[in-house]
Design a protein around this ligand. Sequence first.
Ligand code: SF4
Length: 331
Amino acid sequence: MSTLLKVENLRKAFKVSANRPGAAKQSLRAVDGVSFEIKSGETLGLVGESGCGKSTTGKLLLRLIEPDSGTIQFNCRDVAGMGHRELTAIRRDMQMIFQDPYSSLNPRMRVGEIIGEPLVVHTLAKGRAIKEQVLALMQKVGLAPEHYDRYPHEFSGGQRQRIGIARTLAVQPRLIVADEPVSALDLSIQAQIVNLLKDLQEEFGLTYLFISHDLGIIEHVCDRVAVMYLGRIVEIATAEQLYHQPCHPYTEALLNAVPIPDPQRVREHQILSGEIPSPINPPTGCHFHPRCPYAQEICRKEYPALADHAKGHQSACHFSDEVGRFRQSRS
Ligand code: SF4
């Protein structure tokens, strides 16, 4: 598989007001040197606690937020350096599905208009062909033809997400950034939408960046997974490697927090404790050290670089090679 998206050293900081009147604004490093690749047809999961920078990363890729620095190569083209016209054109290939389908749908437009709008904007269809294509898209995502003239408020959350997906598909994108696409939905509906996204990937050869805080969902959807903590990627591996042999203590703690649907089984290891530190003033050394059960003196002083642990498995921990042994000695 060829590389479709390559991101290197992406950074974004926001200026935020200080909590004292008259004090200078502070810098919140939301995305702090993120690098990863996604191959064509692959699904990369981006996971981490709320506020870790994963949604900001997704928006930076499409330049819905402007990066401070770093490169974004999409299909060997430099997205970060594109002008307005080039960017509008490439957004046909790079689309986003949002967490809250209701707020991303115009309540005054009918479903047919909402799904057909991108066809008009990108001049992909005219006249009667627009309605024909919209009806075909509605069928693909499991909406009935009688839904064409209805308004978004007449639908359930799952149906609204189907409308959002149909609108995204209208421009035949290659990459979809799905930002928490099922987290606002009931559990039974989540499974339907996840299955729909997988079916569409197979049919249209789509590539996904799937952003979620839920490692349970990520396991079902993703080929590889990147774990973010305080704006940085701390572990990246195949789903198989990450779920069976995590080598960063933060990943291990996140996995321990995933509920087991079996009352006979109990967690063997400690659940992640403590608050996520402020990205305005992150801890020295390894940012995870105040919450890490394996922290040692070096962890308070030196930030560990993301380094190869095994083939295709990278981790930013001074003790990546020993995390498995620590785990066994604690159990
Ligand atoms: Fe824990 Fe140290 Fe590894 Fe950071 S570098 S995750 S504190 S063991």
